[in-house]
Write a protein that binds this ligand. Sequence first.
Ligand SMILES: [Cu+2]
Length: 254
Amino acid sequence: MTHRSIHHAALLANPWNLPANASAHGPALDHHLLLNLWIALALLTLAHLILLIGILVRRRDAGPAPSAVWRIEYLPLAALAILFAALTVRAERLWADARYTGADPAALQVEVTGMQFAWYFHYPGSDATFGTTAPQFVAPGEGNPVGIDPTDPHSPDDFVTSELVLPANREVDLRLRAQDVIHGFSIPEMRLKQNAIPGQTVHIHFTPTIPGTYAILCTQLCGTGHFRMNANLRVLSPADFITWLASKQKAATP
Ligand SMILES: [Cu+2]
C-alpha cells in the first residue's frame, strides 16, 4: 500500500475529521477553522429561528414600524460585519506567520521547484549556500532538473532529490519556484498550501513535529499530467536526518 492510498483510506474511515496534524503551527489553524465552522452553524440556526418567528408574527401583524428597521436590520448587519472582519484578520495573521514573517536564520534551507509534472528539492550542501540556477542549465536527462550552474563554486556540494526529507522539530525555510506554469505546493498534514509561481521565489517556513511520510500534492490544475504530480515528504528524527544528509553529501562531494 502506498502512502497515498493510506492517506485516502484514513480520509474514508474518518470523513468528518481533518487530516492528522504534524506541524507546529497546525493546531492554531485547525482551531481557527473549527471556530469559523461553529460560528457559521450558530448563525445559520439563528437565521432560521428569526425567519420562523418572522413568519409567525407577520400572520398577526402588519410588520414593524419603519423606525424599528435600524434596530432589527442595520445593527445585526453591523455586528456581523465586525465579526467576519475580525475572523478574517485573525486568519490572515495566522497565514502571514508562515508566509511573510521571516524564518529563523538557523532554519534549514531547501529550494522547491515545481515543473510539469514533478517536484524537485534542492539542498545547499555542506557550505549552506545554494549554487545559482539558470534556465540554460536545466537538463533533467543529465541529472540537473533545476538547472544548477556547474561553474558556481557553491554548486559542487549541492544535491537534488525527488523526495523532501526533513528533520523533526527544526524549522525549515522553503523557497518555492516554478519552471513553467503555476503549481500549488500543498502538504495537508503540515497545513501548508502555497502557489509556486514562475519568475518568483516564494518563502514559506514551518516546523514538522511528527516523523512519518506525508503526501506532497500539486493543487493547481497545471496540465495533462497534473494528476501524477506528487511527491513524498519524509520527516525523520534529528539523528536519522544527520545520517541521511551525510549519505547525500558524500554522494555529492566531487
Ligand atoms: Cu503542478
